[in-house]
Ligand binder design. Structure first.
Ligand code: GLN
Length: 192
């Protein structure tokens, strides 16, 4: 049976696990290298990307996780998770996992729009409008030819996919809708 892992170092872990369980799938916390062998897909939650990256490195998980994703493990990064997956981070010299060919801008909405919620239709995901929740969110400033943009808010790219990887600037685990989790599991994990 299908097991979805949620990287459980920091951030919105339980919210993702609860959403997956509500859809009827198994979800486990991923805390060490061995956990990577038990899962069919992984969610990298929001939190603080630099803190998560530091702990991944300390636990010797950064390279094994990047390798697993490069080999095809379906991965979905929300907010800080998107920053962890990106190959380039604006204004910073280094990246973290560096597996998705996008350039992201951290805290891109600045202090005035620190957090906000907007209702938007994302037809790729479902027909009903979805509540998109942004918290000190990044957005994507550049994509490669391999990347498909899924959604923009105004001019800014806030959801995209590339091969086995999905990223969102916002937090579907904090809204009551299960549509985004269902989309990830059906299109990326089952449809692989
Ligand atoms: N600002 C955070 C970072 O740069 C991301 C915020 C979030 O995940 N809610 O890592």
């Amino acid at each position: 049976h299908l097991v979805i892992g949620v990287l459980a170092i920091q951030g919105g872990v339980l919210e993702h696990i609860n959403h997956i369980k509500k859809l009827g799938y198994d979800a486990i916390e991923v805390k060490k290298i061995e956990d990577l062998e038990k899962i069919d897909g992984i969610i990298l939650p929001g939190g603080e990307s630099t803190a998560i990256s530091k702990i991944l490195r300390e636990r010797n998980m950064l390279n094994p996780l990047a390798e697993a994703i490069n080999k095809g493990l379906p991965a979905w990064g929300t907010c800080a998770g998107m920053i962890l997956l990106a190959k380039e981070i604006e204004g910073e010299d280094a990246c973290h996992l560096g597996v998705m060919d996008i350039r992201v801008k951290r805290n891109a909405y600045g202090s005035q729009l620190y957090s906000f919620v907007t209702l938007e239709s994302i037809h790729e995901v479902c027909n009903e409008p979805l509540e998109l929740i942004f918290i000190r969110a990044p957005y994507i400033v550049e994509v490669s030819k391999e990347t498909k943009v899924i959604h923009k808010v105004g001019e800014n790219i806030v959801a995209a996919k590339e091969k086995n990887i999905l990223v969102t600037s916002f937090h579907p685990e904090l809204s009551s809708s299960l549509e985004f989790h269902e989309y990830f599991i059906e299109k990326f994990v089952l449809g692989r």
